[in-house]
Design a protein around this ligand. Structure first.
Ligand code: MGP
Ligand code: SAH
Length: 207
């Protein structure tokens, strides 16, 4: 059931076809799904950038990114700690006809990380809800407590040569530079601004 009158949902409801072009085919969402899903055009771009090998999405949500990975890469592993939201991701992937190309794993990515290997790791972790934009600079140390941005990078770099993080548009870029330069060996960093209809939506860091 979608409550279009809920203030939080109504903002995203108006953008529903930007989130999923097949929204009307029965896409399922919950509140966190609404404010966290990567808009389809940006998710498509992420898929292009992550290559056509094996991609692991450590924070799958309702599947916005995982679906686009599955459309072009060899295989996807999609993990989420919330079983209900992961069921939505599976359902939504079937709408796009790609559920067969995704292994859905319900669990904590931090616990599972050491068992995983892939060509690329993609992360769109919780940013602490829509209030992320209330501060001038988003501090990566405040994300995903008791973990943080650096620990996310640390677990991911053991999984794949390519590590990609989707982050708030106000993220502290100096912190990203510090993470990449202190890795051993240091990694190159590319920070990409993601615009949709002329509006800056978020930033993607490629390590
Ligand atoms: P937004 O800031 O909530 O929306 O999120 P918008 O349209 O920029 O609104 P404005 O009023 O701030 O101008 C922008 C995009 O960031 C969303 O569409 C999501 O893709 C992503 N996003 C937002 N949040 C709160 C999260 C989050 O917690 N985690 C992740 N992974 N993505 C998020
Ligand atoms: N990229 C997704 C949105 C991800 S939202 C999309 O486009 O749909 C972030 C997700 O991270 C949430 O669904 C939340 O349940 C999940 N999450 C939070 N902590 C986690 C953890 N430790 N391990 C796995 N998933 C986690």
């Amino acid at each position: 059931v979608i409550d279009e009158d809920s203030p939080i949902i109504s903002k995203y409801w108006h953008q529903r076809y930007l989130l999923f072009s097949r929204f009307d085919h029965g896409i399922r969402m919950d509140e966190e799904g609404w404010f966290s899903v990567t808009p389809e055009a940006i998710a498509k771009h992420h898929a292009l950038r992550c290559g056509d090998g094996i991609v692991i999405d450590l924070f799958a949500g309702v599947g916005g990114n995982a679906i686009q990975f599955a459309r072009r890469c060899q295989h996807v592993i999609a993990i989420d700690i919330d079983a209900n939201r992961l069921e939505y991701a599976k359902h939504n992937a079937a709408i796009y006809g790609v559920d067969d190309n995704i292994d859905f794993i319900n669990g904590d990515s931090f616990s599972l990380a050491s068992k995983l290997k892939a060509d690329a790791v993609f992360m769109s972790p919780p940013w602490g809800g829509p209030a992320y934009s209330k501060v001038e600079k988003f501090d990566l140390k405040t994300m995903l407590k008791p973990h943080d941005g650096k620990s996310l990078f640390d677990i991911s770099k053991e999984i794949a040569a390519k590590v990609v993080m989707f982050l708030p548009r106000n993220v502290d870029v100096d912190q990203l530079a510090e993470i990449s330069s202190r890795a051993s060996p240091p990694r190159a960093l590319e920070v990409e601004k993601n615009f949709l209809n002329g509006r800056l939506k978020a930033v993607t860091a490629y390590f």
